[in-house]
Every structure is written in structure tokens, then in C-alpha cells.
Design a protein around this ligand. Structure first.
Ligand SMILES: *Cc1c(COP(=O)(O)O)cnc(C)c1O
Length: 443
């Protein structure tokens, strides 16, 4: 017999063709692609991972060198013996494939040159501050800040001889000039500099916006911009509703735990900005650790694919819910960026914000008892701290997150016993309105 059919299990002589990397495409029709398009593929080539459409989770502590010379070359790069920095991956405290893809994609949203991911928002903030400061320095910051950030500046940085001066979030250019002069004098007296201006906008829970453009003008007038970056915590409005790098900030900080992660199932943080600042922060992260783990980075890649959709929906829902709450007889007032009453705050909003967000303060008529009745009556909204998730959350700062804040400071910040903090999710808006309506009826 000449015609032989192949036996089962006999090896077939048709080798699988070797997969080839594809060049990255970032423009279409001569125009750069939008972030929402780039989130599906930027920085990852399936052909380098067996064709896997989604990036695999790379669970490894270390990376093999191609040969000894490549290993030496790498260490020459990271130790500064050769300019250009590290090439490729070497050890997972420094970076990994999932985190690198995440960092590339995070940078896109802010229009930043580079980004770093961290194991929490607070790790990002702490490493940033430690990287910026020397003993004797003064941090200028807006107030109030997220409580842990404020505590880190006032208590931990103080241990290393770093002091601070704060200014109210809504400060004008004239008020900022006074603060910058004071900070300069304080730094000179301490034998240090002002190496960082740190902002948070909108402030929590007051929702007061910082005028980033005015801060940049004041910084440029009083300090060397090359020695004093402006960093801003953009967790509440970023990356969709505010792009602070466009208004003069140098670094943007996130708790990715909130809107970016968006599913209330992870804790992570990031810093993005120009390479010169990012490289200094990276050097400290390389030493300390604190990079997000591969699994969390992978989950954030999932999250980034829908961040625009989720934030748009949450923003629309918040607009509808707040329209309903605005004139409700059981509501004293609302702290919502869609209904700003102050002229100066409205001006900052118009220049800096593309949307009012979905986190706001609801002042229930009455005191703690009425606020508790309202919260305990909610059927859809969950009673929990945090924000920016797919589900609607509500909490009472005075009795929860801000319980330990002295009464005097609470009064100063307007944190009253009837202030309910709400973060609207992506549920059906009519269901949400019905839930708020029935819970207010119980007050
Ligand atoms: C939650 C939050 C942080 C801290 O982030 P973690 O991820 O919890 O460490 C910092 N800033 C703001 C504005 C936040 O809301």
C-alpha cells in the first residue's frame, strides 16, 4: 500500500509557526486614539503570551537574564553606571509585566509621561512625600486633606524634621502669596527648602475645590519650579472629570481603590507625571517596595476598560438623584459640585472640571438621630465608607471616618452630625431615587 493513513498519536510534522510581536498602533485616521480605545490593548501584545487575548497574571518573583552580559548591563543601568536606567525586568519588587502595562495605561488618562502603581493610595502618597523631602523642609498643602495624608504630614514627616503650612482649599492668589512667603521664611529658618506643594481637590468632605492655576502662578512667583513640584490628589474627580496636569500640576496622585478600581474589590494607588519627578519616586519605591501586586494590577487593567463608562453613568445618576434631593422637605442642603453657590468656587469649577462627580454631602434636617434613621432605612445604598464603586454607598463622617477629629476642627470644616456622605453608583437611577425617597420618609 502506498497510501498510508496516519496512526493515532503519531507526531505530525507541522510545527506551529513562531508568534511574532506586532507593532503597537496608537493612531487611527491620522489622529491619536482616545484613552477609552487604548485601554483595550495598549502596552500588551498577545503574540508574546501564546496569543492570550488578556494579559496573563505573571506570578514570579524574579526574571531570567538572556545571558551574563545582559545581567551586568541591567545592573549598570539601575546603579547609574550607565545612563538610561533599567532595561527590562529583573525582580518583582521593582516591577513586573502586569504593573508595567497598568502604568502605561494610567499615564494615558492623565496625559502624563510616566506613572507608578502602588499597593495603596496611602503608599503612593507616603513614598511621594518621603522622596520629595529632606530634614528642615516645609511642605505647603491645601486643607483639609484625606485624614491619613494629613496625619502623615503632621506626625510622620515631623519625625524627620519636616514641617508644614496649610491653606484653605479655596484660597485666592493673594492668600496663596502670603502662605508661600511664610513657608519660604519657615524653610530658611529650618535650613531647608519648600520641596513640595501638595493639593487635594475637591477636599473631603467639604467638596471645596483648589485653584490649581493660581497655585501654579504663586509657586512660580516664589519658588524654583524645577525644585518644587505641585502634586495633587485627584481621587474624587479623576481621571474623567479633572485633568490637573493640564492646569499646572506636575504630579497626580490616586487612590485607585475608588473610581479607577471601581468595583470595591481592591486597594491600590498611583502617581503620574513627568519622568524627572517619577524617576525619583521610583528609586525610593525600588528600595522600599510598595508596588501593587500582579493580581491587583491585572484587576485594575480590567477596571480601566470600563472606567469611562462607569464614571459617566455614576455622574449621570448623581445628577438625577441630586435634582430630586435639592428641594426635598427633609433635606437641609446639598454639598454637590453640580450646585455650587459660591461664585469663586463656581469659577474654579468652570476652569478645572468636566463633571460634578458622584460623591456629595447630604445634610438631613435634624441631627445624628435623624441621619441614623435615614441611613438605616436605605434599602439599595450600602452603609460603608469609601467611594467610587459600582454600588451606591452612604456613611456619616462625624460618627465614623471623622469621629476622632476634635469638635472645634469639625465645626471649622462644617462636618456636622447631619452630614451624610454619599457615593452614587451605576444602579438604575429611578431605583436609587425611590430608595432615597423612602429612606427620607422614615426621618
Ligand atoms: C481613599 C483615599 C486615599 C487613600 O487611599 P487608599 O487606597 O485607601 O490607601 C487618599 N486620598 C483620598 C482622597 C481618598 O479618598
Amino acid at each position: 500500500m502506498t497510501d498510508k493513513t496516519q496512526d493515532a498519536f503519531e507526531p505530525v510534522d507541522t510545527p506551529t509557526p513562531r508568534r511574532k510581536p506586532k507593532p503597537e498602533v496608537t493612531t487611527i485616521g491620522g489622529k491619536p486614539m482616545k484613552p477609552s480605545t487604548l485601554m483595550m490593548g495598549h502596552g500588551y501584545d498577545p503574540m508574546l503570551s501564546e496569543g492570550s487575548l488578556k494579559a496573563p497574571i505573571f506570578l514570579t518573583s524574579t526574571f531570567a537574564f538572556e545571558n551574563s552580559a545582559a545581567g551586568k548591563r541591567h545592573f549598570e543601568g539601575i546603579t547609574g553606571k550607565r545612563p538610561g536606567g533599567a532595561e527590562g525586568l529583573v525582580y518583582s519588587r521593582f516591577n513586573g509585566p502586569n504593573q508595567e502595562i497598568l502604568e502605561d495605561r494610567l499615564a494615558i488618562w492623565d496625559g502624563a509621561e510616566d506613572a507608578l502603581c502602588f499597593s495603596s493610595g496611602m503608599t503612593a502618597i507616603c513614598v511621594l512625600m518621603l522622596a520629595a523631602c529632606n530634614a528642615g523642609d516645609v511642605i505647603v498643602h491645601s486643607g483639609p486633606l484625606y485624614a491619613a495624608s494629613e496625619g502623615f504630614v503632621a506626625k510622620v514627616m515631623a519625625k524627620f524634621g519636616v514641617t508644614y503650612i496649610d491653606f484653605p482649599a479655596g484660597a485666592t492668589r493673594e492668600e496663596l502669596d502670603v502662605v508661600m512667603k511664610k513657608a519660604k521664611a519657615q524653610a530658611e529658618a529650618q535650613g531647608g527648602e519648600v520641596p513640595l506643594i501638595y493639593l487635594e481637590s475637591p477636599a473631603n468632605p467639604t467638596n471645596a475645590l483648589v485653584d490649581v492655576e493660581a497655585v501654579k502662578e504663586a509657586r512660580d512667583a516664589h519658588f524654583d519650579p524645577d525644585r518644587c513640584p505641585i502634586a495633587i490628589d485627584n481621587t474624587f474627580l479623576g481621571p474623567l472629570w479633572s485633568r490637573p496636569l493640564d492646569h499646572g500640576a506636575d504630579l497626580v496622585v490616586y487612590s485607585l481603590t475608588k473610581y479607577v478600581g471601581g468595583h470595591s474589590d481592591l486597594v491600590a494607588g498611583s502617581v503620574s507625571g513627568s519622568k524627572r519627578w517619577i524617576d525619583a519616586i521610583r528609586a525610593l519605591r525600588n528600595t522600599m517596595g510598595g508596588i501593587a501586586d500582579p493580581n491587583t494590577a491585572w484587576m485594575l487593567l480590567r477596571s480601566l476598560e470600563t472606567v469611562e463608562l462607569r464614571m459617566q453613568r455614576a455622574g449621570e445618576n448623581a445628577e438625577k438623584v441630586c435634582a430630586f434631593l435639592k428641594d426635598h422637605p427633609k433635606v437641609e442642603r446639598l454639598g454637590y459640585l453640580g450646585f455650587i453657590e459660591d461664585e469663586r468656587q463656581q469659577d474654579i469649577y468652570n476652569r478645572h472640571c468636566k463633571g460634578a462627580g458622584s460623591t456629595f454631602s447630604l445634610f438631613v434636617k435634624g441631627g445624628e438621630a435623624e441621619a441614623f434613621r435615614f441611613l438605616d432605612s436605605m434599602k439599595i445604598a450600602k452603609l460603608a465608607v469609601s467611594l467610587g464603586g459600582t454600588e451606591t454607598l452612604a456613611s456619616l463622617p462625624a460618627a465614623m471616618t471623622h469621629l476622632s477629629v476634635p469638635d472645634e476642627r469639625k465645626a471649622q470644616l462644617g462636618i456636622t452630625d447631619n452630614l451624610v456622605r454619599v457615593s452614587i453608583g451605576i444602579e438604575d437611577p429611578d431605583d436609587l431615587i425611590a430608595d432615597f425617597a423612602q429612606a427620607l420618609d422614615q426621618v
